[in-house]
Design a protein around this ligand. Structure first.
Ligand code: MN
Length: 135
């Protein structure tokens, strides 16, 4: 068992994230299904060490609230940023980016997808090992 693994997570792990859009193993628990009045969807995402999602954009933007562990966040054309429990990341609409765990640490964030009337996510290419290991 990984030393960083959560013993008593706030939310259940949920369902395995789709392999087409994630490298490694991640788990997604929908907390608030897309609400047509608030135009918001909220999910809890747990990444096992080394796991990350593909490059992607959110047509309506996204806010990440890190609740556990150490992770990576990268915007196209910029360096990888290390993000930790307590960090909040605001992502502008249509900004290409990816997020995931660091190589040795489990990582959990709440993902708030705003302005969902514009769309929730557009998946792009996989984050290669070369890109991931660049830090
Ligand atoms: Mn995102």
């Amino acid at each position: 068992m990984n030393a960083s693994e959560i013993k008593n997570p706030i939310f259940p792990k949920g369902e395995k994230a789709p392999a087409d859009y994630f490298t490694g193993t991640a788990w997604v628990r929908l907390l608030v299904p897309n609400d047509k009045i608030l135009n918001t969807q909220i999910g809890n995402v747990l990444f096992e060490p080394g796991a990350r999602n593909n490059w992607h954009t959110h047509p309506g933007g996204q806010i990440l609230i890190v609740t556990h562990g150490v992770g990576y966040y990268q915007e196209k054309g910029k360096s990888i940023q290390v993000i930790r429990e307590g960090d909040v990341v605001t992502i502008a609409p249509d900004l290409e980016h990816w997020h995931g765990a660091s190589p040795d640490t489990e990582f959990t964030h709440i993902a708030i997808n705003s302005n969902t009337q514009n769309g929730i996510v557009t998946w792009l290419q996989r984050v290669t090992d070369a890109e991931y290991n660049k830090l």
